[in-house]
Design a protein around this ligand. Sequence first.
Ligand code: ATR
Length: 291
Amino acid sequence: MISATTKIYGIVGRPLGHSLSPLLQNSLARATDTDMIYVAFHVSENIETAINGAFELGISGFNVTVPFKTDMLKLIEKIEKKAKKIGAVNTLVRGETGYIGYNTDITGLEMSLGNNGMSVKNKNVILLGAGGAAKSALCLAIENQAKTVTVINRNIKKAEKLKEEFSRIYTAIEVLSLDAVKKNIGLLKYDDYFVFQTTSVGMYPNVNDCIIENSKFYKKCDAGIDLIYTPFETVFIKNMQDQGRKCINGLDMLILQGVASFELWNGIKVNREIIENIKKMLLKDLREKMK
Ligand code: ATR
């Protein structure tokens, strides 16, 4: 029951029509008997005004999504170490005089790999894409001592910028253009890559698209994750499976980053059974939406 003491949380971003976060967070609240509600705040223009106003209104916390994950750094009072390193926040926790920024994307990604028996330790890693999601994957690869990281992107300048940003703490990064790799798979030196598919290629409604079609590419991979979860099985995942490679989708990551935010806000640990039940419900919701 909503009362005068119910805490209010939300997601800020644009567009939010398809966001699963409200369903996820309100289900977590119900399952753990937490007195909170969570809503979608579509911010069409001025995020600074929105955040300052939200603090004055007593809103307890936020998830932050596209396009505000980086801009938010300038608007908050404090940034947790990991979020600072990535240069992006996806969670705000209310402090005394302002919001404190965290990044649970990496936590979600790391847990999702761990739960599926995957690890990048001592592995040669490929990042397909060089945007915000690729940055989280790169941080995870560095933190978990990947042997090498090869960033493959359509726009090579963007990949070079990513390499440059992390060059102080990690030197085993190589950058390749997507076109060059498509023309010559031999540019890839190893045969056991762990691959992060971080681009939006293959996402609903363009479900027949795939970032790279050549089967030789998939033979060079050992396992991987496609961060897309609509559809659950992208052409990329199917191509990996056709070569006998294990490849998971991004749904666990989405759920686990949300759980990590919920735990930060409420200071509680959500048990596995609740997470599994919520996953079933989200799967049902997604299946309905994709009909
Ligand atoms: P996110 O924060 O989800 O990573 P983003 O920052 O917009 O989103 O990054 C999207 C990534 O998908 C980029 O690497 C983009 O490549 P470019 O940097 O060359 O734009 C990649 N991407 C999107 N559409 C693509 C397409 N049709 N072909 C190849 N790469 C694509």
